[in-house]
Design a protein around this ligand. Structure first.
Ligand SMILES: NC(=O)c1ccc[n+]([C@@H]2O[C@H](COP(=O)([O-])OP(=O)(O)OC[C@H]3O[C@@H](n4cnc5c(N)ncnc54)[C@H](O)[C@@H]3O)[C@@H](O)[C@H]2O)c1
Length: 244
């Protein structure tokens, strides 16, 4: 197994779900991580206490607020002295059918998922360019590829994240910075707990591997990308075969 020891990684929205699984898994691989939260400090503290090893950091970071991002990266650099990777994981949904979707709900999903990834990547790139090394991993979704009724805002944000990924990968490749996305399918988290049993059954029946993924499946893919020095501009699907 390739060692990830002493990489220093910022993970947005890591107080629960996939983000929490990423920080926990990376800490087991001897990575030093920043667990970040926007509103749920208590949950983040609990995750922080469950990490393996020492030297990690707990930070407030709201991805919709550039001043919060700058402050969090300043604190990160003061603590670790370097930034190996950023995982843009924070994301929200505000699902409803197109004609019922309020403009504010379209804006707020784009603001968190897309703008948040852009703001954080720009801040991270400042440090990575100086260091001539870095890794940015954006968390997209299978729905970016296949669409989903009731998720126009979310799907638009994730499809845009994949375009952002390819553009940043091209632009930053000359500075030895890799940029990739992971597109999970349906993963067992609070986000998918909102689905009723009928919706869950309908989804599972369409997945070739006939099961939902786990946050651990995504966390292991993050670790894989952190171990690679020759993958950039790609979207890695972790979806049980849902889209192929
Ligand atoms: N669960 C799934 O099935 C699934 C599938 C595909 C993609 N994803 C993506 O994976 C990522 C994580 O999803 P999850 O299922 O763990 O969701 P979740 O709702 O459990 O966690 C999302 C995290 O983002 C944080 N967050 C929300 N707004 C924020 C803000 N403004 N600033 C900082 N943090 C903020 C939340 O506090 C939370 O910690 C998201 O980008 C989501 O779109 C999830």
């Amino acid at each position: 197994m390739i060692s990830l020891k002493d990489q220093c990684v910022m993970v947005t929205g890591s107080s629960r779900g996939i983000g929490a699984a990423i920080v926990k898994h990376l800490s087991q691989r001897e990575v030093r991580v920043a667990v970040t939260y926007s509103s749920s400090k208590k949950e983040a503290q609990e995750i922080f206490q469950e990490l393996d090893g020492s030297g990690h950091l707990l930070l407030e970071l709201d991805v919709t607020k550039p001043e919060s991002i700058t402050k969090a990266f300043d604190q990160f650099m003061a603590h670790f002295g370097t930034l190996s990777a950023l995982v843009n994981n924070a994301g929200i949904t505000k699902d409803t059918l197109l004609l019922r979707m309020k403009n504010e709900d379209f804006d707020s999903v784009l603001k968190t998922n897309l703008y948040g990834s852009f703001y954080c990547s720009k801040e991270a790139a400042k440090y990575m360019i100086k260091n001539r090394k870095g890794n940015i991993i954006n968390i997209s979704s299978v729905v970016a590829q296949i669409g989903n009724p009731g998720q126009a805002n979310y799907v638009a944000s994730k499809a845009a994240i994949e375009g952002l990924t390819r553009s940043m990968a091209n632009e930053l490749s000359g500075r030895n910075i890799q940029v990739n996305a992971i597109a999970p399918g349906f993963i067992q988290t609070e986000m998918t707990k909102q689905l009723n049993p009928k919706q869950m059954e309908a989804i599972t029946s369409k997945i070739p591997l006939k099961k939902l993924g786990t946050p651990q499946d995504v966390a292991e893919t993050v670790a894989f990308l952190l171990s690679s020095e020759y993958i950039t501009g790609q979207v890695i699907a972790v979806n049980g075969g849902l889209a192929m």
